[in-house]
Write a protein that binds this ligand. Structure first.
Ligand SMILES: [Zn+2]
Length: 470
């Protein structure tokens, strides 16, 4: 058996692993590279496995995030026609996320072409989208639902079981058993693991097994998250200060996962009377869709969340929650001068309706911005976190007079202690462990922690494209 790690090695995007065993070939995840100027080239060079993609029998998908799923339409464009197995909630999210990813690329391409025309330049060199909306829609037909804890016979010699990873709705870690000649081998793929004890989703299901091979994520493999009570105190402080100053609180938020978590925290703080009655507007078509999908899967939510949803429905006066649908209503929100909590995307303030809300509210010292997610270098969100006094939005200078709050305790990823806790579920050390999905320093630090604290002998840090005989 051979294992090829083609992405998310020494970085956090582009997750893609090829497993070859006998005549069977399959992928675990097929993610897009994101962030930084090299991402585009990496996406164009990706999916180069040294075999025709038609020879890949199937794909196992851990979850819907684009850095794990975003090259699936490209795989199909290149000729892949096999089944793509994922949980039903992951499929529901992909139906929104993949066409949106294509739409963003098409818009970017149109913008660049227009820009060239205006300057009288030729269209040569303008990168085409990796795939179109039509191509993204057509790959959805290859998706096949698999429930958690159900055994799927993906091929004659390959059995797969999806387990709840507690990272985003529908996320899974995978247990793969490969039979054929000799002793069956068990492979465990962590996908992205959530932080236990956090609202909305269930905790990651523990491993209670042995494995020959393990791939473990390490996004926060070198860190410890702040506790939830500290995060709640920070949110209360930001809201109280903004209310007293008669401004608005703007929360840039990732549409999937983070938005639902923030709605939960605000409702819970209102229920516990730590916050006076609130008016919350969720202004992002993608966040609205993701919230609808979340509410359509109550069986995936933790019991506290189900209880909180009933409370909120019974007490709408304690927290008015409005999902803003059309662009006109979104514009009307710009007229609101005080008392509104506006949650909008994108999470790093680079696109979407959040830019309008920032343009209106950043120049006003009575307003606040609450940053609750990771902000990559070079983004508008990062400039705000770094204390910029002047930013540019839609090409215009915007002074920053609003107070910027950064809350550190919300993360969809387990921290070092939680990752090690999950690994302790293995009855004995896997024969070979690969630390992936982390910046180089985080992965190296985590590999050392596994070695030191768990005493596992064979822990590796793969390079992109590196292949291993198992
Ligand atoms: Zn993820």
């Amino acid at each position: 058996m051979r294992l090829g790690i083609f992405g998310a090695a020494g970085e956090v995007t582009g997750s893609c692993t090829l497993v070859e065993t006998g005549r069977i070939r399959f992928l675990v995840d097929c993610g897009m590279f994101q962030g930084g100027p090299e991402a585009r080239g990496k996406n164009l060079r990706a999916l180069n496995f040294g075999c025709n993609v038609r020879e890949i029998d199937f794909v196992l998908l851990t979850h819907a995030h684009i850095d794990h799923s975003g090259l699936l339409p490209r795989l199909a464009v290149l000729g892949f026609r096999g089944p793509i197995y994922a949980t039903p909630a992951t499929i529901a999210l992909l139906e929104v996320l993949l066409p949106d990813s294509a739409h963003i690329q098409e818009k970017e391409n149109e913008w660049q072409l227009r820009h060239r025309h205006r300057r009288g330049k030729s269209e040569r060199g303008v990168p085409a989208p990796l795939y179109t909306v039509a191509e993204a829609l057509s790959v959805l037909k290859l998706l096949r639902p698999v429930a958690y804890r159900e055994t799927l016979a993906a091929a004659e010699t390959v059995e797969v079981c999806f387990h709840d990873a507690g990272h985003i709705l529908g996320s899974a870690w995978l247990e793969v058993t490969v039979g054929g000649e000799g002793r069956p081998r068990r492979l465990v793929f962590s996908g992205d693991l959530g932080m236990p004890g956090r609202p909305v989703l269930c905790d990651p299901e523990p491993v209670m097994a042995e494995a020959d091979v393990l791939l473990i994520e390490s996004t926060y493999g070198d860190r410890r998250h702040r506790s939830l009570p500290e995060t709640e105190d920070e949110i209360v402080a930001a809201l109280e200060r903004t209310r007293a100053a008669q401004g608005n609180l703007i929360i840039p938020s990732f549409a999937v996962g983070r938005t639902q978590e923030i709605i939960y925290l605000l409702a819970d703080l209102a229920r516990r009377k730590r916050l006076a009655p609130l008016e919350v507007y969720v202004d992002s078509p993608m966040a609205n869709a993701a919230t609808r999908i979340t509410l359509a899967h109550p069986e995936l939510l933790d019991p506290e969340t189900r209880e909180l949803i009933s409370w909120q429905q019974a007490h709408p006066e304690k927290m008015k929650l409005e999902f803003v649908a059309d662009a006109e209503c979104s514009k009307a929100l710009n007229e609101v001068r005080s008392g509104a909590v506006i949650i909008s995307a994108s999470g790093m303030c680079e696109a979407g309706r959040i830019k309008y809300h920032l343009r209106e509210n950043l120049p006003r010292s009575e307003c606040s911005v609450l940053i609750a997610g990771f902000q990559a270098a070079g983004t508008l969100g990062r400039r705000l976190v770094d204390g910029a006094r002047l930013v540019r939005i839609f090409g215009e200078p915007v002074p920053v007079r609003a107070r910027i709050y950064t809350v550190g305790g919300l993360s969809a990823h387990a921290d070092q202690a939680a990752l090690l806790g999950w690994l302790r579920g293995f009855r004995k050390a896997p024969r070979q462990s690969f630390v992936v999905h982390g910046e180089a320093a985080a992965s190296a630090n985590f590999a050392a922690a596994i070695h030191d604290q768990l005493g596992w002998p064979d822990v590796r840090l793969p390079h992109p494209g590196e292949q291993f005989a198992i």
